[in-house]
Design a protein around this ligand. Sequence first.
Ligand SMILES: [Zn+2]
Length: 207
Amino acid sequence: MRTLHVLAASLLPPLCAACGRSCRPTAVICTRCTRRLAQAEPLRGGGPPGLDQAWSSAPHEGAARDLVTALKFRRLLPVAGLIAERIEWLAPASLLSGAIVPVPTARLRSLGRGFDPAAEIAAALAERTGLPLAPCLVRRGGGRQVGKRRGERIGHPPDVQPRGEVPRSVLLVDDVLTTGATLSACARALRSAGAVRVAAATFTRRL
Ligand SMILES: [Zn+2]
């Protein structure tokens, strides 16, 4: 069966993960989307409370938003590699230090989906940068963020707890920065367990 799958994949024309149009066989996204993504400006400063530094590689719009959707709902793993590549390429050197900690997904959501976008991006970024990967946070409760109104999300910060040993210097990694409530909850949990520097890098940021 596996051979058949591989064969079928090689016969299908490769499609861009962002826009769905055909693209070069080895590419994750087409040249048009590569150009759109290259024009997106990284965002920094004004991070959520509790963070020393927060940086996002692009606003949550256009090709960048399409890639988040592809990763989250279509589980396109090569997209995680592409996202990690962009973060490594554009992030200031001061940001890319310490241990990489993925922002934890609520357990029920993660199980239901069988796929955790933040964990995949964090793993790919750790591999690219050589920084240690430390999945030392867990999230209690299965509250879904998707579909909730922004006000509700701000009103109910997620319950994040440290697990095992927490590094002193942390770079939190997530796909999207929305209200920052989750990042702040992560920073609180990390600092309560001994972290002295907590920064965050996300692929996109909602404005
Ligand atoms: Zn495209």
